[in-house]
Design a protein around this ligand. Structure first.
Ligand code: ADP
Length: 278
């Protein structure tokens, strides 16, 4: 009985199903490529600390040098780097997969900025770098996980301090987001900027600074114990809040790392139209 048969897909339906299938296959292939790239990156990053540890232990075993504190300290430092790498990778992969638990609450940005400043005051003093804050008065609260926001800001601050030479200045500016600063609409956002007077970043490198494991100068970055994941994590933390992160820089004129956060939506309250009803 022909009338009771399931309807047969016409050429248009078949074509659009094939298109959807191809798109799905392409995105799976892309995900698989990203996974392979991540594994290759991790393997590469693990190799250096492991070979330093192995080399030093081998030399100690072979009595190439006597058991001195310096050599043991080198090995210990490399194990610390490995621990940081593992912790950072966990954080980054959770954030990228959208599995980070955020305790969202209205957060006073000026308070977070003040706390971060306090955290870096000693380091700045030691390095003779001036820390400076400008918070626009009466900033509305943002809906955020205060610890995660502090973590993102601390990451930017720690980089800014590291790259700013003695006598330089690091400024944190918190204000309502403005189109001229950030490429997001002005509405309901707060923008936090960390501006330094360090060497800046060449234009060609700007699109890569947030890539995991990317460093302008591998050797120098390793010397300070960086994992190359700091900015990637900071960006993911901000993205998880519905914000954005970016950088503007001119070589020789310092760098400005910025991020935005959505303002806490105002609670909807019932307003009687006529005062006599209340
Ligand atoms: P790490 O600091 O561990 O190398 P990050 O992800 O924090 O990793 O930074 C990546 C790279 O971006 C750094 O190695 C450095 O080359 C560059 N960078 C970050 N912040 C600054 C800054 N304020 N000024 C100049 N270069 C920076």
């Amino acid at each position: 009985d022909l009338t009771r048969r399931a309807p047969v897909a016409g050429p248009v339906e078949v074509a659009s199903a094939a298109e959807a299938f191809n798109a799905m296959a392409a995105s799976l292939e892309e995900a698989e490529q990203a996974r392979r790239r991540l594994l290759a990156d991790i393997a590469h990053e693990l190799r250096t600390p492991l070979s330093v540890i192995q080399g030093n232990l081998r030399a100690l075993l072979d009595d190439v040098f006597p058991l001195e504190k310096d050599e043991i300290a080198t090995i210990y430092d490399e194990t610390l780097l490995l621990s940081r790498l593992v912790a950072d990778l966990r954080e980054l992969t959770l954030a990228e997969a959208g599995q980070l638990r955020l305790d969202l609450a209205p957060v006073d940005v000026a308070g977070v900025v003040a706390q971060s400043m306090a955290l870096f005051t000693a380091q700045a003093l030691e390095k003779q770098v001036t820390l400076h804050t400008e918070c626009e008065p009466d900033l509305p609260p943002v809906l955020a996980d205060a610890d995660r926001i502090a973590q993102a800001l601390n990451n930017l601050l720690s980089n800014a301090l590291r790259y700013t030479p003695e006598g330089g200045t690091v400024r944190i500016i918190a204000s309502r987001a403005r189109q001229s600063v950030c490429t997001v609409p002005e509405t309901d956002m707060i923008c936090i900027r960390v501006i330094d007077t360090g060497p800046g970043i060449p234009a060609a490198d700007l699109p890569r600074v947030f890539d995991r494991f990317w460093r302008a100068d591998r050797g120098r970055a390793r010397a300070h114990g960086g994992t190359g994941l700091g900015l990637a994590i900071a960006r993911q933390l901000v993205l998880a809040h519905g914000g954005a992160m970016g950088v503007e820089s001119e070589p020789g004129k310092g760098a400005c790392f910025w991020f935005t956060l959505p303002v806490t939506p105002a609670p909807v309250t019932f307003q009687p139209r006529d005062a006599s009803y209340s």
